[in-house]
Design a protein around this ligand. Structure first.
Ligand SMILES: [Zn+2]
Length: 121
């Protein structure tokens, strides 16, 4: 996949929650923690400034677990988590977008997906 910065549009299943994110999708990852394993999402972190929630802010409900540093946000209508908010550990606010919620979902090359060992974090 070519690493080109572009604006991607994403949404939950029902479309109540819509967002745009500027990213090159060059550092997608999955995670084997107790939660991500169940969710099965592929995530890409973007700086909070490169993310815009276009609709659905009032239709989100959130969940935190373990260290509670990541705010997992779900559409309260369809239950899909299209993004989460957190920090990169260096104080930079980031948004983890669910790549599977992007329109025009890129053909994911599994060999480029980094595996985060969240189960042993
Ligand atoms: Zn929805």
């Amino acid at each position: 996949m070519t690493a080109t910065f572009k604006t991607h549009h994403g949404q939950c299943h029902c479309g109540a929650v819509r967002f745009t994110a500027r990213t090159d999708l060059a550092s997608m990852g999955d995670c084997n923690c107790s939660r991500c394993r169940r969710l099965g999402w592929v995530m890409q972190s973007v700086p909070a400034g490169d993310f815009d929630l276009e609709s659905g802010a009032d239709n989100l409900t959130s969940f935190r677990f373990n260290t509670e540093t990541i705010e997992h946000l779900f559409c309260r209508t369809c239950g899909i988590e299209s993004f989460a908010r957190g920090s990169d550990g260096k104080g930079l606010e980031v948004v983890m977008i669910n790549v599977n919620c992007l329109e025009e979902v890129p053909a994911l090359d599994p060999t480029t997906i980094k595996h985060w060992d969240g189960a042993n974090w």
